[in-house]
Design a protein around this ligand. Structure first.
Ligand code: PEP
Ligand code: MG
Length: 824
């Protein structure tokens, strides 16, 4: 039998409605769950409670959800995203009381989901027929049928063309206003708006001038929500009828009063300025129960060790090398962790623990493989700690298992396994491999104690579209599993265990964002053209096939950056030419005729490869990375270029070289390219501009390339001398610092008329940065696939002349904060 869920603002109302429905049931009792009110007294709805009610109501035949209005609908929609398991759920627009009774009666008689939904939806028919029979005296402008008539009437005389209302002949009052409520025109302020124009002899429409969404009748709460009006958006109101001027005045007065909303409920709870709290890292709202990564990632009983040596001495050497690499990695993390370095000290000590090492060595001498011996000894140690009475000491077992897994990952060449769970992941930091393995269908948000917005792991999180904040500080790690966490990856707001009012704000904001995204997505297939007709290519940064499909779904014009290193990571040896060709060809095919710009292997820095011997470096970001490494290991580059050339024979392909600092590096790479790719194969050639010296020398490179792609992540870290993974420098590493903007300006000026200029660093996805980058002469923005629709929407709002003026002013600023303050 189907289940029913009742979502209402009022606990009392819902229970009364269910009791009334119960009176009508003649047959089987029906499973009806209630998610209503924030508590018995407080009105409100809670998406988490709705999702729990759905899970409880479902006996396998599906669940019909009936809602009262406004945020009940929004919470029910969000609840679908929060559900951990698969459930067949139907949100039903039927009237609350009549619909519930009809649905309950039909479910009790054995109706399936479709039949019960149809019954519920028709539940008003009887009342309508009855009342319409003696209708004719509805007060003017207030009845539902009157409104429908009004809407039709106004639609005939006013047209919304996405940029404003166009009225041919009718007398229309209109005006513009800016929404300055922190979470935009969500349900509560929208309800105030509906109330303000109710009862007037006027038909009122609203349109969102910032996004083009609209029109929405001001009498409809749900349609207003669909405008996706966020803080800062400009709206136009237009009204006809005898009270038109009064209606517009009321809307403007209400907007000036911030729609009677207390300012900054959430923003006050969590500081949002760069550098003063968690840093925004991946846009979107994440709400859910917190969870942490499972301590043990490898199963000792089933340990696959492909590189096992023949002799115990060989195994000892492999173990020593693996421990050495982990030690170097921990050293690196300790340096970047700043005040949080203590997390890693214990790990370092464990790696040097002679008792542990003696026990492992004696097992290896007895013929056990290094991986098994290491796992066994560390497992025993962790199990011993698990048995201790003191909670703090027991928690150290987690450190032991983390070190165990890091060494096993090095020995076996396998990435540590990341098992995703439903909810918000709270972790100290993530490796790129862990981030890549997260399942966006389950992980609703990520909070990192460390981390930084441009670390590679964060880039992967953004590519997955998982909302995230980073640099939140060690205390977040104390969050008990299951505690509700709410975060806004756009502003950096983070609230652990929010009270119901704050949770409701986040929920409503999440729904508003979803609506805004949906509007942008609907237009994403079209080109991004500024108001004055300049086309900007919006490209995708991708790493794998899933990203390529997401790029196409999100309207990418091309793939502007393929981070090929992800094909090389998490394995024991480099992929062969054939394997690479197959992988690149699959990407090209998924892109369905769109150009694919493959960046050659960019490892080193924060992406070491286990099978490339690299001497430990004090400053890996200033060391052997990118093209420096592949020119030193020419067989790697040659194989990769060969594979790229094969795919370029039948697909539109470009190749670009990372971390180029000297013209001689580019010329050496081009020479190798000419040796392995026949001259008649069309292949665009470019370099990444990531080193300040390269930016300053653009003129030397411009005639040797087809395009230059500015990697603002690295360019910013090198220009500002602020390592991109170091969360304590988050506020320094702002790509809108005028120093970085001057470098971009140099690139663009020197390349004009010689080579195309793209930006593929994370700044390209920052809506605040887009007008400045375009104003500086950038032709292409390459961003993570989920960001494409909103970047395209943002470009369509811009005017290239104003962008140029803005960029010119930005270059005269003295700080990134000043630059950001210029942005409208
Ligand atoms: C960059 O540095 O901006 C860039 C796009 O490359 P990556 O982030 O892969 O280093
Ligand atoms: Mg880079």
């Amino acid at each position: 039998m189907i289940g029913i869920v009742v979502v209402s603002h009022s606990h009392t109302l819902a229970h009364a409605a269910v009791a009334l429905a119960g009176e009508m049931l003649g047959g089987q009792p029906v499973r009806i769950e209630i998610a209503a009110g924030l508590d018995e007294q407080t009105f409100g709805t809670d998406a988490v409670a709705v999702s729990e009610a759905i899970a409880a109501a479902d006996s396998g035949d599906g669940v019909l959800v009936l809602m009262d209005m406004g945020s009940a609908v929004l919470s029910a929609e969000l609840a679908l995203d929060l559900l951990a398991d698969d459930h067949r759920v139907r949100l039903c627009a039927a009237p609350f009381v009549e619909g519930l009774i009809a649905a309950a009666v039909s479910a009790s008689g054995g109706a399936d989901l479709d039949e019960a939904a149809a019954e519920a939806s028709n539940a008003l028919a009887g009342k309508q027929t009855h009342l319409d029979a003696d209708a004719g005296s509805a007060p003017s402008g207030i009845s539902e049928s009157g409104r429908v008539q009004r809407a039709a009437e106004i639609a005939r005389v006013i047209e919304w063309n996405g940029r404003g209302f166009v009225a041919e002949s009718a007398p229309v009052s209109r005006a513009e206003f800016v929404v300055d409520n922190p979470h935009g025109l969500h349900a509560r302020p929208a309800a105030r708006l509906v109330g303000a124009v109710r009862g007037l002899d006027s038909s009122v429409l609203l349109g969102n001038l910032t996004t083009g969404a609209g029109p929405a009748p001001a009498s409809s709460l749900s349609r207003i929500a669909a405008l996706g009006a966020l803080a800062g958006h400009r709206l136009e109101v237009a009204a006809t009828g005898a009270d038109a001027a009064e209606a517009v005045d009321r809307v403007l007065a209400l907007a000036a009063r911030h729609f009677d909303e207390a300012p900054g409920l959430v923003t006050e709870a969590a500081p949002v300025a760069r550098g003063t709290g968690p840093l925004p890292a991946s846009p979107g709202i994440g709400i859910g129960p917190s969870w942490q990564l499972a301590a043990a990632q490898f199963d000792t009983a089933d340990l696959d060790d492909p590189g096992r040596a023949e002799t115990p001495a060989g195994e000892r050497r492999r173990l020593d090398a693996a421990i050495g690499r982990v030690r170097a990695e921990i050293d690196r993390l300790r340096v970047t962790a700043g005040t949080e370095a203590g997390i890693f000290e214990a790990h370092q000590v464990l790696l040097d623990d002679t008792e542990v090492l003696d026990a492992v060595h004696s097992r290896i001498s007895a013929g056990m493989g290094a991986a098994h011996a290491w796992a066994r000894v560390l497992d025993d140690g962790a199990a011993e700690l698990d048995r201790l009475p003191d909670e703090y000491q027991r928690a150290r077992a987690g450190d032991l298992r983390a070190v165990r897994d890091q060494v096993l990952a090095e020995l076996t060449g396998r990435a540590t396994r990341t098992v995703s769970r439903a909810g918000v992941l709270v972790a100290a930091d993530l490796t790129p491999a862990q981030a890549a393995a997260l399942d966006p269908a389950q992980v609703m948000g990520i909070v990192l104690a460390n981390g930084s917005p441009t670390a590679h792991s964060t880039i992967l999180v953004r590519a997955h579209g998982i909302p995230a904040v980073v640099g939140a500080g060690r205390r977040v790690l104390e969050t008990a599993a299951g505690t509700t966490v709410a975060l806004d990856g756009q502003t950096g707001a983070l609230v652990i265990d929010p009270d119901p009012a704050v949770l409701a704000e986040f929920t409503e904001h999440a729904v508003a964002q979803r609506l805004q995204r949906a509007a942008a997505l609907a237009a994403a297939g079209k080109p991004a053209v500024t108001r004055d007709g300049v086309t900007v290519h919006v490209a995708a940064n991708i790493s794998d096939l899933a990203d390529a499909s997401a790029a196409v779904r999100n309207g990418a014009d091309l793939a502007g950056l393929v981070r090929t290193e992800f094909l090389f990571l998490g394995r024991a040896d480099a992929p062969s030419i054939d394997e690479q060709e197959q992988a690149y060809r699959a990407l090209a095919e998924a892109l369905d005729g769109r150009k694919l710009i493959l960046r050659t292997l960019d490892v080193g820095g924060d992406k070491p490869l286990p099978y490339i011997e690299q001497a430990p470096e004090a400053n890996p970001f200033l060391g052997m990375r990118g093209i420096r490494l592949t020119l030193a290991r020419p067989e790697l580059l040659r194989d990769q270029l060969t594979a790229i050339g094969r795919v370029a024979a039948d697909h539109p392909v470009g190749v670009m070289f990372p971390m180029v600092t000297q013209l001689s590096e580019l010329l050496a790479a081009r020479l190798m390219l000419s040796e392995v790719v026949p001259p008649d194969i069309p292949l665009d050639i470019g370099i990444m501009v990531e080193v300040p010296a390269t930016a300053a020398k653009t003129a030397a490179f411009a005639d040797h390339v087809d395009f230059l792609s500015i990697g603002t992540n690295d360019l910013t870290q090198y220009a500002m001398a602020a390592e991109r993974g170091n969360e304590s420098l988050g506020s320094l590493a702002d790509p809108l610092d005028p120093g970085v903007l001057h470098l971009i300006d140099m690139v663009s000026r020197a390349a004009t008329g010689r080579a195309r200029v793209a930006v593929c660093g994370e700044a390209a996805a920052d809506p605040a940065a887009a007008p400045i980058l375009l104003g500086l002469g950038v032709h292409e923005l390459s961003v993570g696939p989920p960001a494409i629709p909103l970047v395209k929407a943002a470009v369509r709002e811009l005017d290239s002349t104003s962008c140029r003026a803005l960029a010119t002013r930005a270059l005269t600023c003295s700080s990134a904060e000043e630059v950001r303050a210029l942005i409208p």
